[in-house]
Design a protein around this ligand. Structure first.
Ligand SMILES: Nc1nc2c([nH]c(=O)n2[C@@H]2O[C@H](COP(=O)(O)OP(=O)(O)OP(=O)(O)O)[C@@H](O)[C@H]2O)c(=O)[nH]1
Length: 154
């Protein structure tokens, strides 16, 4: 765990870290969901009886209309509002075409790490996730930390 555990866990969620040519697949949340307009990875709450990997694949399908394969569990955090978030690497077909679900997602885009880090709309927890990656707390398959990461994240 990356954070102290004095926060009671009220909910469990999973998010998908998907890469293509050094870019992360990211979404801008729709204006009708929690944290409207914020930028983050696809993901959502884990339903009763679901494994994290099952929830991951379901959420990516629901939000982006693409099939994915759950890879490695990378990291775990607890948000200040009591959501335990499991961060998973996931893969999609090279030619997979994203079709966003407009009820949940306003837009999706591929972002280089520094572009994401500098986005003022990035969810704070995602900035923390990228910082931890930059400090080699965990590795993400298929991408290495940019050599100028300290300048980017500082
Ligand atoms: N989707 C998503 N949620 C994230 C990310 N990072 C992060 O801390 N979260 C947290 O994980 C939780 C689940 O996100 P969510 O709001 O999309 O899920 P939800 O249960 O409302 O939606 P759902 O109805 O699709 O399950 C929220 O507390 C959210 O703040 C991220 O990159 N993507």
């Amino acid at each position: 765990m990356s954070q102290p555990h004095n926060i009671p866990i009220r909910k469990r969620a999973v998010v998908g870290v998907i890469l293509r040519q050094n870019c992360f697949l990211t979404i801008r949340r729709s204006l009708t969901v929690v944290a409207p307009g914020k930028v983050c990875f696809p993901g959502g709450g884990i339903q009763t009886g679901e494994t994290e990997a099952e929830a991951l694949v379901r959420e990516i399908q629901e939000e982006l209309g693409i099939e994915s394969i759950a890879g490695e569990r990378l990291f775990e955090t607890v948000t200040p509002w009591g959501t335990s978030v499991a961060w998973w690497h996931a893969t999609i077909a090279e030619d997979a075409e994203v079709v966003i679900n407009l009820e949940e997602v306003a837009e999706s885009f591929w972002r280089l790490p520094h572009e994401l880090m500098r986005d003022p709309d990035l969810l704070t927890s995602n900035r923390d996730f990228l910082s931890a990656w930059g400090q080699a707390t965990f590795a993400i398959p298929g991408i290495t930390v940019p050599s100028d990461w300290d300048d980017i994240s500082g």
